[in-house]
Design a protein. Structure first.
Length: 544
């Protein structure tokens, strides 16, 4: 399947649209809003997990891969959604959480009963109650091992303690997961996103990490490429679009994951560019965005993937990340311009775009002023960790407000009415504190809106093969305030020029644009040719 010229729209169903009036988004809600996504021009929707789950981690703790969690609806609702999506020519991509299951999954419950077969579905180790097998840390805080007293064993959980890691060394586990993929393919699903797929392969021997939190032992683990090739082959994944979420990965590994000759995945998500405001590499230590580092990372990954046959997934935000415009742009006077600039910068590069719900209307961070407003297990855990480490409540809350995954999980803002048109009932999580006036209803028919601009970008990608198939060359690499690149294909050229700052910047831009015409931009006109200046957060696209 050709995935190079498609655009994917990511849906976090719990916060997208409430179809049955209980305050929680659901499958009926997705069905009702598919026309909106079709209007935007997206070719695929990626839906985060709606499978049976106790919702400890908002669905990423799956207790049954083949059943729908009742809060999201029924299998009949899923089938109706598929029918509507097919009628609009929209492919459906599902989120597969294959590193771990919920501890409420039937497999783990049987393991807890001492069933040897199912204990081997997970990673259990002997040990005394006061000494975990290793000092590895969970991604959500605390030790990555949980003790089971009646078994006198520990089990590994790289994430929450209710998310037990599966044992991919066991061929029965791999067979079970292939069957899950076949089940959903038979229902018409045309794509799969694999959650933290590069941590599925654990080392043969477990040992303490004397210099880190353990991730160096399992990130891009020893057999991960072997497992992905087997999954691709046996589950027939060449017929669908696949994307792997890669935790703390390397460029070299992502080339292998996504090079077509390897037959593993269509593309990969990597997150290095979203760590440029982490102090000392720590998500929970704040620093201003390092735009020099951001540019270097984007350039390195773009060029490295192109030179070696790999393929990027292009994205700024998702259900785990703060809102793009709040993080890299401006939430005040240049809100609209910066939101458009960031989209131009990212989505015309080499790769497949993933637009996250609300990004196309410039939604902002949650802006919550109390820890009681947060729902995310990671945020709540780290609030405790930060306050216990010496931060005041106010200081800890500020860190959480910048970093929490709930920033991307506030309800989609459809209208300026009650609960932003998301529901007639109080939502499961509060609205963004800065939601008034920012809604889809106000933007759909406004030619100058962020939505209209995103729609133009999506259309541009479809109409210009140079974007999907062309090479990429970066310009002004030495400048921290400018992000600029040239796309080229068979004599056709496109230049994308972006001002990353709230200041007017100047340069010899016109010298690169001879013989080219302005194609689009986030200001109604362009001053680049005449004055050699870019206005605050200006983005402009030229072509020959």
């Amino acid at each position: 399947m050709n995935f190079k010229n498609i655009t994917v729209y990511q849906i976090y169903p719990k916060s997208f649209y409430d179809g049955n009036g209980d305050g929680v988004g659901d499958l009926q809600g997705i069905t009702r809003k598919l026309d909106y996504i079709h209007n935007l021009g997206a070719d695929f929707i990626w839906i985060t997990p709606f499978f049976r789950s106790p919702q400890r981690d908002n669905g990423y703790d799956i207790s049954n891969y083949r059943e729908i969690e009742p809060m999201y609806g029924t299998m009949a609702d899923f089938d109706a959604m598929m029918e509507k999506a097919n009628s609009l020519g929209i492919g459906v991509m599902l989120d597969m959480v294959f590193n771990h299951t919920s501890t409420e999954h039937e497999w783990f419950q049987k393991a807890l009963q001492g069933d040897k077969e199912y204990m081997d579905y997970y990673i259990f180790r002997d040990g005394s109650p006061d000494e975990p097998p290793t000092n590895w840390q969970s991604k959500f805080g605390g030790n990555a091992w949980e003790y089971v007293p009646h078994l006198k064993k520990w089990y590994l959980h790289l994430y929450d303690k209710t998310q037990a890691d599966l044992n991919w060394e066991n061929p029965k586990v791999r067979s079970e997961l292939k069957d899950v993929l076949r089940f959903w393919k038979q229902k018409g699903v045309k794509g799969f996103r694999f959650d933290v797929i590069n941590v599925i392969s654990k080392p043969e021997y477990f040992e303490n990490d004397t210099i880190g939190d353990g991730r160096r032992f399992y990130t891009d683990g020893p057999k991960v490429h072997e497992y992905l090739k087997e999954l691709h082959r046996d589950a027939g994944l060449d017929e669908v679009v696949t994307v792997g979420e890669m935790s703390s990965t390397s460029l070299e590994n992502c080339v292998r994951y996504t090079n077509p000759e390897e037959k593993e995945l269509s593309m990969s998500f990597s997150f290095h560019h979203l760590k440029v405001d982490y102090r000392d590499g720590d998500k929970w230590k704040l620093q201003p965005v390092d735009y020099r580092k951001l540019k270097d990372l984007l350039e390195t990954w773009q060029l490295g993937m192109e030179e070696n046959g790999g393929w990027n997934a292009l994205f700024w935000c998702n259900h785990d990340q703060p809102r793009t415009v709040s993080r890299f742009g401006d939430t005040g006077v240049y809100w609209k311009q910066s939101a458009k600039m960031l989209a131009t910068l990212m989505y015309l590069m080499r790769g497949t775009p993933y637009i996250y719900q609300g990004e196309e209307i410039g939604m902002k961070n949650a802006g919550f002023n109390s820890i009681q407003q947060y729902r995310d297990v990671e945020s709540l855990n780290y609030y405790k960790i930060l306050t216990q480490s010496g931060l005041s409540d106010k200081e800890a809350l500020h860190v959480i407000s910048e970093r929490s995954r709930d920033n991307g999980r506030t309800p989609m803002q459809w209208t300026d009415g009650d609960y932003a048109g998301f529901s007639h009932h109080e939502p499961w999580i509060g609205l963004s504190e800065d939601s008034k006036g920012i809604c889809a209803e106000n933007q759909i028919n406004d030619e100058d809106s962020i939505f209209a601009y995103f729609k133009s970008l999506v259309k541009l990608r479809k109409e210009n093969p140079v974007i999907a198939d062309g090479s990429i060359e970066f310009m002004y690499s030495e400048r921290e305030d400018i992000f600029c690149y040239r796309r080229s294909l068979e004599g056709r050229e496109m230049i994308v020029l972006c001002n990353l700052t709230a200041d007017t910047v100047s340069g010899d831009f016109a010298s690169h644009l001879a013989g080219m015409s302005r194609l689009m931009g986030n200001y109604p006109d362009s001053s680049v040719h005449s004055g050699g200046e870019l206005r605050p957060y200006e983005a402009v696209v030229y072509q020959n």
